[in-house]
Design a protein around this ligand. Sequence first.
Ligand code: PMP
Length: 379
Amino acid sequence: MVYLDHNASSTLRACAREVMLGALAEGANASSVHGPGRRARSAVERAREQVARFAGAQGPSVVFTSGATEANALALNGAIAGAAEKGAPIRRVLVSAVEHDSVRATARALADGITVHEVPVDGDGRADIGALRTMLAGEGSALVSVMAANNETGVIQDIAAIGAIIRGAGALFHIDAVQAAGRLPIDFTDWGADYLTLSSHKIGGPQGAGALIVRPDAPLAPRIRGGGQEMRRRAGTENVAAIAGFGAATAAFAENGAEIARLGDMRDAFERALRVIAPETIIFGEGAPRLPNTSNLAIPNLSAETALIALDLDGVAVSSGSACSSGKVTPSHVLAAMGVDKALARSAIRVSFGWSNEDDDYEQAIRSIARLIARRRAA
Ligand code: PMP
């Protein structure tokens, strides 16, 4: 199988699998005081340091969660509850129009008394910084959530400029860095974020682990209560094996410059080859800086569904450019926000490369697409 769907879930790295098997074999509770418990605790704390180093943060700022969906919910709901407890309630939440549904749906569900605004994006999917500045000039303290890079298109936001405006307005800043992780240098401190979300399974760790990195004095009230785990910020027995695997995956990026460049070369070669066999190809977000591993494209009049099935039969796994959860393909809110025509959006295919791909993989994808185009011409 040629696996080109790393933005959905990347392949598990051997180093992650290895530490997970060790942790699963031990199987103790990280809160237990006996030897096995202490070993589980040290696996969790080692992972905390690894994740912190990876993100340019300090260990104690890392709150482990069940994944990025939970981390995004904790960021928004936890910041709002925490700010209210501190007597400085947040009145407005601003999210970009291309955020992941875990941010958009959480924002939409916020309590009455909080207004939610959507920051528009341009035709390439970059947040409109002028609009953000104007929106922030309004009354009431605000929380802004903007992703570092988009999961569908790979388009990178100008986080430095956005952060400067947010800080200038005295607002809180949450960054969903799930897709940027491992593909762009991430620096929580440099970016001036108050909250930053990571997911293990997008970087070669296991599914079911993630983290919210929280600036030490940023407001945060727990959303899950009970035990005192994660310094009272997220109760529940730690998923030791998954957290250890997450940490190991981040450590694999210690020198990731070459890996990022290799992915970029592969993606660029894929797009060049695609344009040779289908010159009418449209690549979404092409005018903006993009993650080196992501290509969201449409061959006009070739539906994504047809392409996905044909590629799958040829042993090539890609995804539809439309948000696809629970097997239901819905029109992509990301492409809609970029002003992409609905009919064209139905042709959007996302190809996302990762650490386990070799050049032969993109070549196989191109051969499969070429065969599909030839069959359609002959029909
Ligand atoms: N944010 C972004 C940008 C994502 O791509 C995803 C995963 N599709 C998530 C959040 C949710 O991550 P998880 O699967 O860990 O809940």
